[in-house]
Design a protein around this ligand. Structure first.
Ligand SMILES: Cc1ncc(COP(=O)(O)O)c(C=O)c1O
Length: 437
């Protein structure tokens, strides 16, 4: 309907939709404020990051690199991005850093654009073994039309079978040897695989989306010094920034660095969401200060949570390796493909504990897997420690082993969370107004 400019009141049904969105966002905030967020790919952002993400930068453009822009009005953003590039180089100990990409997936698409041509060969971990969809034909690998071969997998150790992976690389001679998973319990034995890759002229790309904060905190592995030429990652998982991505490299070669920068802009981004980039820069500054302690606490909590779950009677994977060396813990709740993981995730949600079902070795169906993938990075960020990990394991047991009504358990979940409303490992910790709305 056409109306006179400035004179109309909004149609009630349209406003209703907008209000429904506002309410749903507030309800989602409440869910996480009062419950336990345990999805391994999520985190909560600091008050300073929350503030800058809501700034005017949200509506602005800055194509190019600091000092070389296609628009006017970028001087202040040049300051932000320049500080950010320097901080990223320092935090990730990388000679090259691009902080523009809008997600881990976009970083991967960009990296694959820089490293391979359509029709080239690539090796990676299969999605069934925990590889990410962007490493598969259905995702970025297919988008670039790469010819994928997957590594054999060592189920006992929950990592690629190193001898098999090296043999595969030597046999097929890929352009890119991609390492890293979404199910990422232990550091990958990278040196041997990287040596095999370099021997046949392949570039080594390490996807650190999940474990980037642990790598930067010095508690996982150091891919850029273990043979990775390029490291990609998300800025919002164990690295506790706003949603976005990083593209990092161990290369000092300006020609290769230019190729990487070009792969992000103009390769896969035009506007690259300046408010999120600024948020990443604040998160990098906070990480420089508090990141090592945060990373150390995450891994200590994950190990203790896994052991506490096992003590409660849960089947926790990788017992022989101490369950985990990352932020993740895997639990099996029934037989393969039984959907027991799906059911467990729903029951936990009823108790205010947010997790995700996950395929475990032997599962073949993504919607009816036997397991859960759990992450402790968000609980750690709001100050939970070893004692709380034991408490959380007991809450799991009440729902999933003792069969207590989840809505009754939820009261204790909410009570535990009420004591953990301050976001830690960040600036201005004492001046917080608490969780995002
Ligand atoms: C290994 C891996 N790579 C890439 C991604 C994609 O990251 P994003 O969600 O930031 O696109 C994920 C997401 O969980 C992941 O697990």
């Amino acid at each position: 309907m056409s109306r006179t400019r400035g004179s109309w009141a909004p149609d009630a049904s349209t406003l209703e939709k907008a209000n429904a969105v506002m309410k749903a966002a507030a309800d989602s905030g409440d869910l996480y404020r009062n419950g336990l967020g345990m999805i391994a790919s999520e985190n909560i952002v600091s008050p300073m990051v929350q503030k800058i993400v809501a700034s005017d930068l949200h509506g602005r453009y800055a194509e190019g690199l600091p000092g070389k822009r296609y628009y006017q009005g970028c001087d202040d953003f040049d300051t932000i991005e320049s500080i950010g590039i320097d901080l990223a180089k320092s935090v990730f100990n990388a000679p090259f850093a691009n902080i523009q990409s809008t997600s881990g997936t976009v970083s991967n698409i960009g990296a694959l654009k820089a490293l391979a041509k359509p029709g080239d060969k690539i090796t990676a971990v299969s999605t069934a073994d925990g590889g990410h969809i962007s490493h598969a034909r259905m995702g970025a690998v297919g988008l670039r039309d790469l010819n994928l071969s997957t590594y054999p997998w060592n189920e006992e150790r929950m990592e690629p079978d190193v001898d098999g992976a090296c043999a595969l690389i030597r046999e097929i001679e890929p352009k890119v040897a991609l390492i890293g998973q979404s199910v990422f319990l232990f550091p990958t034995p990278l040196r041997e695989i990287a040596d095999a890759a370099h021997e046949v002229g392949a570039k080594v790309m390490y996807d650190g989306a999940h474990v980037l904060g642990l790598i930067a905190g010095g508690v996982f592995q150091d891919p850029l010094r273990e043979g990775a030429d390029v490291m990609t990652g998300s800025s919002h998982k164990t690295f506790p920034g706003p949603q976005g991505g990083f593209l990092l490299s161990s290369s000092e070669d300006p020609v290769f660095q230019k190729r990487l920068n070009n792969a992000i802009f103009p390769g896969v981004c035009s506007s690259y969401h300046l408010h999120h980039v600024a948020g990443k820069v604040i998160a990098l500054a906070e990480f420089e200060e508090y990141g090592a302690a945060y990373a150390e606490d995450i891994v200590a909590n994950a190990k203790h949570f896994a052991a506490s779950l096992a003590a409660e009677g849960f089947d926790v994977l990788a017992e022989s390796r101490g369950y985990t060396g990352s932020h993740q813990v895997l639990t099996r709740h029934g037989s393969k493909d039984s959907g027991a993981g799906t059911k467990a995730a729903r029951l936990l949600e009823d108790a205010g504990i947010i997790t995700n079902m996950n395929m475990l070795p032997g599962d073949t169906k993504a919607m009816t897997p036997s397991g859960l993938r759990l992450g402790v990075q968000e609980l750690t960020r709001v100050g939970m420690g070893l004692r709380e990990m034991e408490e959380v394991a007991k809450l799991y047991a009440r729902v999933l082993i003792q069969g207590e009504d989840p809505t009754m358990v939820k009261k204790d979940v909410n009570a535990l969370k009420a004591d953990h409303q301050t976001i830690r490992y960040c600036f201005n910790e004492d001046e917080q107004t608490g969780y995002p709305f």
